[in-house]
Every structure is written in structure tokens, then in C-alpha cells.
Ligand binder design. Sequence first.
Ligand SMILES: C[S@@+](CC[C@H](N)C(=O)[O-])C[C@H]1O[C@@H](n2cnc3c(N)ncnc32)[C@H](O)[C@@H]1O
Length: 216
Amino acid sequence: MSKRYKNWVEYYELKGLKGGDLKKVSGYEHGLAQLTQMGLKSIVKVAKTRLNLNSKDILLDLGCGAGLLTSYLKNQVYAVVGVDASLEMLKNADKDSKFIKVVAMADCLPFPDNSFDKIFCHSIFQYFPNYQYAAKVIAEILRVLQPGGKCLIMDIPDLDKKKEYLKLKKPDTHNLKRIYYKKRYFTDLIPSIDVFEEIIPDYKNSYFRFDLLIQK
Ligand SMILES: C[S@@+](CC[C@H](N)C(=O)[O-])C[C@H]1O[C@@H](n2cnc3c(N)ncnc32)[C@H](O)[C@@H]1O
């Protein structure tokens, strides 16, 4: 029988409350979403390279969830601020003082303009309520990013591959829907943007998703 949730934030609040293994809490436990340790390390390597992370950077991990990736990224930078809509997800994250946790919605970030050198964002755009919301999030990213800063957004579901993806994916057992994007949606929205097909070994979802690199 299908479970009913108000929205994805409620879904992740309950997942965070249950706790347990970080990959499971973060939704990477089975099927196409299964993420091995090798897959996880590849994502961190891509982030490090594309964002050119260094020990002076203040990094924002937007939608960091339980901090699965954040706890690796923090070792590459001076400090990381992890933002998530779900307090219960953040409670699962590691307690290192280099990893500052903030509960906030991605479209309304509680930071002054130009606060971050780099921004990383993995697997959250699919959970937004609609395209207008995604546009507001992009505007917030551009506001809090320093001039000259870079933002990498990974794991965005590709609308052109939706049919193929749904054929392979086990049907969900709940009422919530993901949103899929045309690459064009972002290239029309932001002038200085690169789009990548990023295949992460040992993370099958990545065949159906794309990444964005924004330079401010
Ligand atoms: C699949 S988890 C990804 C977590 C982390 N980025 C990772 O890859 O391990 C998705 C996260 O997005 C968060 N989220 C969903 N919608 C959000 C929003 N509008 N603002 C902030 N966080 C949001 C959820 O609470 C959840 O923790």
C-alpha cells in the first residue's frame, strides 16, 4: 500500500528520525540509487576537482542531509556550512566543529550576500515543488556566492531520460513525485553555466542525471 507524505521534506524528516546507516538515511540504499563507497569517493573527487577546493575555502553544502558527503568534503576546505530543510536529517551528521549545520529552505538562505567561496549541492533539485522554486534557489545561490566563486550542482534528473529511467526503476511505494529538468531550463536561466553528463562508477542513477557548474 502507498504511504502518504505532505512533501519530500516530511519524507526526509521521518527518514532522519529513524536514523541508522548514513547511506540508508540519505536514500542511497538500494536499486539504481545504491551508492557504494567507491561511488561516494568518486562524487567527492568530482566536487574537489570541479570546484577546485582548497584549504582556504568556506564551502556551502546545500541540502546536505545527513552529511554523508559533507563529512568528506570538510577535509578539503577551511570550513563547511551544511544547510538542510530537515533538522532530523542534520541530527545524523558528524559533530566536527568544521561542519556547521543550519536548518533552512534552499529558496530562502539565512546568509548575507557573497558569503561563500564555493557551493556544492547534491541530489536535491529533484525534490523541489516546481520549476519556479528551482529558479528561486538558483537566485539564492547566486546571491550568497562570492564574485569569482563556483557552484557545482550534481545529480539533476534529466527529463530527456525520464522514460528510460522509469522503465528500470522500482516503483515508489509513496505518493511523492520527483521533478525532471531539461538542460535548457538552466542554460536559459544562467549565462555563465556549464552542463556535464557525469557518470559516477557504482552509482547507476548518475546515467540518468546531469551536473551544472556555475561561475559567478
Ligand atoms: C537525497 S537527500 C541528499 C542529501 C545529501 N546532499 C547527499 O547527497 O547525501 C535530499 C535532501 O534534500 C533536502 N531537501 C529537500 N528539499 C529541500 C529544500 N527545499 N531546501 C533544503 N533542503 C531540502 C532533504 O531534507 C534531504 O535531506
